[in-house]
Design a binder for this molecule. Structure first.
Ligand code: BG6
Ligand code: MG
Length: 222
């Protein structure tokens, strides 16, 4: 019996995955590192410093920067990212998400946010969705990032539910792996191949509805 929903934020509720990529690409270009779509996908769901490490490693530059220089690069990326985030309005909520949140609420489901982003409260505020998420896992409290299940386990705990009573919604392969390892029902949003480990995959948030989830479960896909 499903009683709760654990949401990723970036790339699920709004298209901030694009903003993260845009801001990181500027850093990659600056340090002369090169950028490709595969790298962009690999960064989804990964925390700030780990993302920078992946970018530097991609260009073979992992030994070229001191910790202080890396902190400065991460801060520069975040400053650029926040400029983009502050252009967000409720019109930037992805298709179907507002209705899905309202349907979950009306159905008595509890909601929690499991985002690796330290900027999640600011994004939710700009989208006008703060009230939907009184339970946000603070990524600063985590020992391990996605694909570790920790953030999804903590999210279920925050709404007093067993992981088995929750669906988890993600656009990143690392996130889907974390949801599965936590014992929640994973719903991937995006490319079925990239998210092949998810119990259910919808091509976009427009298909993310309770009837569609129930139909997929009954079809025995899950
Ligand atoms: C995740 C994004 O939600 O948050 C990653 O998918 C991002 O791309 C991570 O690096 C950390 O975000 P922030 O805002 O704390 O740098
Ligand atoms: Mg995401």
């Amino acid at each position: 019996q499903l009683k709760g929903a654990v949401f990723d934020l970036d790339g699920v509720i709004t298209d901030t995955a694009r903003f993260h990529s845009q801001a990181w690409k500027q850093i990659a270009d600056k340090v002369g590192d090169g950028w490709d779509e595969e790298l962009a996908d690999a960064l989804k769901g990964i925390d700030r410093m780990a993302s920078l490490d992946l970018i530097l490693k991609h260009g073979g530059k992992q030994h070229d920067f001191t910790p202080a220089e890396k902190t400065a690069l991460a801060t520069e990326k975040n400053t650029r990212y926040l400029q983009l985030v502050d252009t967000l309005t409720p019109a930037d909520i992805l298709p179907g998400i507002q209705d899905f949140l309202d349907a979950l609420r009306a159905g008595g489901y509890k909601l929690a946010l499991a985002s690796a982003s330290k900027n999640a409260p600011r994004v939710l505020k700009n989208l006008g969705l703060t009230d939907y998420f009184p339970h946000i896992v603070d990524p600063a409290t985590l020992t391990h990032g996605k694909p570790d299940p920790e953030i999804f386990v903590k999210a279920a705990e925050s709404i007093d539910l067993a992981p088995e009573a929750c669906i988890g919604i993600e656009d990143a392969a690392a996130g889907v792996q974390g949801i599965n390892a936590a014992g929640e029902l994973s719903i991937g949003i995006g490319d079925a191949e990239e998210l092949h480990e998810a119990c259910i995959v919808f091509p976009s948030t427009a298909e993310l509805t309770l009837p569609n989830i129930k139909a997929a479960m009954e079809k025995g896909d899950v």
